[in-house]
Design a protein around this ligand. Structure first.
Ligand code: ATP
Ligand code: MG
Length: 486
């Protein structure tokens, strides 16, 4: 009896569930699309559920062709996709990660695109938070890994609230859309591939798979329109081609030099982020040369003007970039503050020269640093968190000239000694200071006890002055006030 009631109440449901699952195996996209709630767009007028027709315009690349090894996905990426798909949504790995996997490179991170709204994603994962204003995304957290999940974005020229300014630049881009629309608003064909690890399929709306195989970076749609919408794409094409060794397809390349001026209207902070990616890509040298060849540097990117238009500084900066590239390629981290300190060092040197005519060298250096930070750092939108370290690295440089008494010992204990010393090595390699100086410091830091003391040079500083400064209660060795370093 109880069994009968139980069967009556629950069996049919079980059966439908099982039928669903069976369908799920054969027709996943269709079923999940039909099953999913209608997308709750901000404007509430998108009533057609996402269904198979979008798949209809996509080429489905099977495993036999793409051969992506899904075990290369991080656990977090797997869990995010599983969580969303089990909740009835579509979910794909998208963007740089799919491209990199197809190129046999290790993806930097994994981004997920879904038809779930940010709120729906947020409800699926307990440890997640909605971020962003311009377009809301969800960060799903697993230990120290974060997966960025974005809802399919609609076409900006569709109805909704995408707005462009006079030059065609998109200033608002806030509308949800279908998978196909999401693919169309991405920049390059190789960046618009959608990988479903559960079914091991790649969906391709723009022949991106063929372009990966041909080693081509091709803009989706009309390149001129797409650069006008977002001029940063000009920097991205150059950076990605240098980083991935892909050729820029001729029509994608053609408009760049004549449209380069549009970069002037891009907010400094966005340029800064893009430049940081470029400098820390492990391919900074190639990227900078390519930007130069495309005339993308001149007068447009203050950072690159600074880098390339100092006759004396170019060698130093190129060495610094080469050094950073090598560090990154060998898996080490590179500190942005160190990099910016190198980029602006010759500005500091020039300004220091001027101030030295008026005041003693150390106060003059501090005045120069303040001036360069005030003008350049603001122009380049360098965050405050970097400028403090930059100043420390610069202020340490004259202290390397002091090789007598207790000063070298106190410099070794400076918390940024290593960065200061690496900076000195670059200065010496570029010919700015004698190699003998950096060699002395290398030997001094490695020596011990007696050997180290024996390396010290004779103290030529007037004793009277030192005694006077010792009387000051707060003047400890290693303090970075100009007087104590003089
Ligand atoms: P990287 O490996 O350097 O991170 P990426 O292609 O993944 O390269 P992201 O900035 O992480 O670059 O962007 C992720 C994806 O978002 C891109 O692959 C692309 O599909 C899309 N995208 C990013 N920036 C733009 C843009 N300016 N215009 C259109 N689509 C973009
Ligand atoms: Mg990326």
């Amino acid at each position: 009896m109880i069994r009968k009631i139980f069967n009556k109440l629950f069996k049919p449901r079980f059966r439908t569930e099982r039928t669903k699952l069976e369908h799920h195996k054969t027709e996943p996209a269709k079923l999940r699309s039909a099953n999913r709630p209608i997308l709750n767009t901000k404007f509430g007028n998108k009533k057609t559920p996402l269904n198979n027709q979008h798949r209809g315009n996509a080429t489905v690349i099977p495993y036999s062709q793409h051969q992506i090894d899904r075990s290369l996905l991080s656990n977090a990426a797997h869990k995010t996709i599983d969580g969303l798909q089990k909740a009835g949504f579509e979910a794909y790995i998208v963007g740089g990660a799919v491209r990199d996997l197809l190129l046999n490179r290790k993806p930097k991170d994994f981004d997920v695109a879904t038809d779930a709204t940010p709120e729906e994603v947020n409800r699926v994962f307990r440890r997640s938070r909605i971020i962003g204003r311009r377009f809301r995304l969800v960060h799903v957290l697993f230990g120290d890994e974060t997966i960025e999940v974005s809802t399919f974005r609609g076409h900006h020229s569709a109805e909704g609230d995408a707005h462009t300014d006079k030059s065609g630049r998109i200033i608002r881009d806030n509308v949800f859309g279908s998978l196909e629309e999401d693919a169309a608003r991405r920049d390059f064909t190789v960046n618009a591939l959608y990988y479903d690890p559960t079914h091991q399929e790649v969906l391709d709306f723009h022949q991106g798979f063929a372009d990966v195989q041909a080693g081509l970076l091709r803009m989706i749609g009309n390149p001129e329109t797409r650069y006008a919408e977002d001029p940063v794409r000009m920097l991205r094409v150059v950076r990605l081609s240098a980083k991935l060794g892909l050729k820029i397809e001729p029509a994608t390349m053609a408009p760049i030099s004549k449209m380069a001026d549009l970069l002037q209207d891009v907010p400094a902070s966005r340029l800064f982020d893009e430049m940081l990616k470029l400098f820390l890509s492990g391919h900074a040298i190639e990227s900078v040369s390519a930007l130069r060849a495309q005339h993308l540097h001149h007068g447009l990117l203050p950072m690159l003007d600074v880098v390339l238009e100092q006759p004396m500084g170019e060698r130093f900066v190129m060495l610094a970039l080469k050094n950073t590239d090598e560090r990154i390629r060998s898996g080490k981290s590179a500190n942005p503050s160190f990099l910016f300190a190198t980029l602006l060092w010759h500005e500091v040197l020039a300004s220091w020269e001027t101030y030295k005519a008026e005041v003693p060298p150390i106060p003059a250096l501090h005045m120069a640093m303040t001036e360069v930070i005030a003008t350049q750092a603001e122009k380049l939108a360098i965050h405050n968190r970097y400028t403090a370290t930059m100043k420390e690295i610069w202020a340490m440089q004259p202290r390397f000239e002091q090789r007598a008494g207790k000063r070298p010992f106190s410099l070794l204990t400076h918390p940024r000694y290593r960065a200061g010393y690496d900076f000195l090595l670059l200065r010496s390699e570029s010919g700015e200071v004698p190699a003998e100086l950096s060699e002395w410091w290398t030997a001094f830091a490695n020596a011990e006890g007696e050997t180290r003391s024996a390396m010290l040079q004779a103290d030529t500083n007037p004793k009277k002055r030192r005694r006077k400064s010792r009387k000051k209660p707060n003047d400890k060795h290693g303090s970075s006030t100009p007087e104590s370093n003089a």
